[in-house]
Write a protein that binds this ligand. Structure first.
Ligand SMILES: [Zn+2]
Length: 162
């Protein structure tokens, strides 16, 4: 590995290198076994082998992408359609009261895997999970207005999406 210098590589070469070393790409290509729950030509859903709860599913695009921003809109849309059916199935078959759908998008958000994924975490009454109890701050209205303005301007510039 020491002879690999990502700085001298083109973005395409970096992507190719990451793909070759991606455990999830190996799972998708059946080089590493997994517990598949759904598969088609675009996506694969597997059981997380270190689940937050039994039945915790990882939904992966079959193409290698690291970040949400790299994924074509059409595929993101499709991923969430599949997430919809998976979460319904989890509620029916696992008796879950609900499903948390979670993405760690980027290292700064706690993403550890090199491959983009959507976590589907079944929730049960009194399951003791505190991870989604995030703080809700009191915030100044001027700050809210400034934040909305900055985001609105940027999003307007980037235009409408399909
Ligand atoms: Zn991958």
């Amino acid at each position: 590995m020491s002879d690999v210098n990502l700085e001298n590589m083109t973005p395409e070469q970096i992507a190719e290198y990451q793909k070759k070393n991606c455990i999830f790409c190996h799972i998708i290509n059946n080089r590493i076994p997994s517990y598949k729950v759904y598969e088609d030509d675009k996506v694969l859903a597997i059981l997380d082998i270190n689940p937050i709860h039994p039945g915790h599913i990882l939904l992966l695009p079959k193409e290698h992408y690291y970040l949400l921003s790299q994924i074509p809109d059409k595929l993101i849309r499709y991923l969430f359609v599949v997430a919809k059916y998976l979460s319904s199935a989890m509620i029916k078959t696992l008796g879950a009261g609900g499903v948390n759908i979670f993405v760690a998008n980027g290292a700064g958000a706690g993403q550890k895997a090199p491959h983009f994924m959507i976590h589907l975490i079944p929730r049960f009454e009194d399951d003791g999970l505190e991870i989604f109890k995030l703080p809700g701050y009191k915030i100044d209205e001027n700050v809210l207005k400034q934040l909305a303005d900055v985001l609105k301007k940027l999003l307007a510039k980037e235009g409408k999406h399909e």
